[in-house]
Design a protein around this ligand. Structure first.
Ligand SMILES: [Fe+2]
Length: 262
C-alpha cells in the first residue's frame, strides 16, 4: 500500500507525505447540509447531548465546547468510530457509510508506518488495542470586512491537539500556521498532499521525546473567504487503559487531563 511512500519531517514535528490528498466533497456537502438546518435541529446533536468523547456539534461563540473557544470563528462537527453511525445526523450518513470506514483503515495503516519511521514502534500494541479515530469537520464562515478590523486575527487559537496524530487526509487549506520550537510562527501555504503531526497523546506516550505541534489558523490579510478544514485525530477510546509513567487512567480520564491544560 505504501511502497513509494516518502515522509519528510519538517522542523518541529510537521510531517509531509507524497500521498495525493483525497477529495473532501462528500464530507464537505454533508457538513454544509447540516449547517443549513435550523439551530434547534442542529442542537439535538450538540457535543453535550451526544456525550461521547468529542462527538457532536459546536457552534461559533459557544462558551462550553470541548474543542473550541468562544472567540474561535468556526462551527465544527466531530464524527468518530467510537459512537455508532446511527448516532449522527442524516446529512452525514452517506459519508459515514461510504467513505469513513475505508478512510480510517487507510489512516490507521499510515499511522502505523509513521510510528515505525519515528522510532516508536513500541506504541504498536496500544495502538491496535485502544486507538480510535475522529474527524473534526470545521467551517469558518466568511467574515465581513468590519469584523476583520474588530476581531482578532486568529480564526482558531493556537493549541496542541488531544491526538496521537492529527492527519489531514484532504490536504491543508491556506491559513494553517504552526509554531517552531524557537517560538517563531510559520504560516503554511495550502498543501495538496496528506500531512500529519503529533498531538499531546504522542507527547505523553513518548515521555516528551516527540512533542505535540502547537498550531492554529490565521486569518490571511485582505481575505475574508469562508474556509473548510477536516482533521482526523487518533485518540484512545474512552475505556482504554493507559498505564504510563506520566499518566494512569482511562481514555476518558485522559480527555479530562488534556482539557485541563487549557
Ligand atoms: Fe488542532
Amino acid at each position: 500500500m505504501f511502497q513509494d511512500l516518502k515522509l519528510r519531517l519538517r522542523d518541529d514535528g510537521f510531517i509531509t507525505t507524497n500521498i495525493p490528498a483525497s477529495k473532501d466533497s462528500v464530507l464537505r456537502t454533508a457538513l454544509q447540509r447540516f449547517l443549513e438546518l435550523p439551530l434547534s435541529e442542529r442542537m439535538q446533536y450538540s457535543q453535550k447531548k451526544l456525550g461521547v468523547a468529542f462527538d457532536g456539534y459546536s457552534y461559533m461563540g459557544q462558551t462550553d465546547s470541548l474543542n473550541q473557544y468562544d472567540k474561535d470563528l468556526l462551527h465544527s462537527f466531530v464524527l468518530s468510530d467510537i459512537s455508532t453511525v446511527e448516532t449522527f445526523p442524516e446529512t452525514f450518513q452517506e459519508y459515514l457509510k461510504q467513505e469513513f470506514p475505508e478512510q480510517l483503515a487507510y489512516i490507521n495503516a499510515l499511522e502505523k508506518k509513521v510510528l515505525h519511521w519515528l522510532g516508536v514502534s513500541e506504541l504498536d500494541l496500544f495502538y491496535d488495542d485502544y486507538i480510535k479515530q475522529m474527524v473534526s469537520c470545521n467551517y469558518y464562515p466568511a467574515l465581513a470586512l468590519t469584523d476583520q478590523k474588530t476581531k482578532p486575527l486568529d480564526r482558531l487559537s493556537f493549541h496542541t491537539d488531544v491526538s496521537l496524530f492529527s492527519v489531514f487526509l484532504f490536504g491543508l487549506e491556506s491559513g494553517f500556521a504552526y509554531e517552531k520550537s524557537n517560538g517563531k510562527k510559520v504560516l503554511q501555504n495550502a498543501i495538496d498532499e496528506v500531512v500529519l503531526f503529533p498531538g499531546c497523546f504522542m507527547e505523553l506516550m513518548t515521555n516528551g521525546k516527540i512533542k505535540a505541534l502547537n498550531h492554529g489558523v490565521i486569518l490571511p490579510e485582505n481575505s475574508s473567504e469562508e474556509r473548510f478544514s477536516f482533521a482526523f485525530f487518533s485518540i484512545p477510546e474512552p475505556r482504554a487503559s493507559i498505564q504510563h509513567s506520566s499518566f494512569t487512567g482511562s481514555g476518558k480520564a485522559y480527555y479530562e487531563y488534556y482539557l485541563n491544560k487549557f
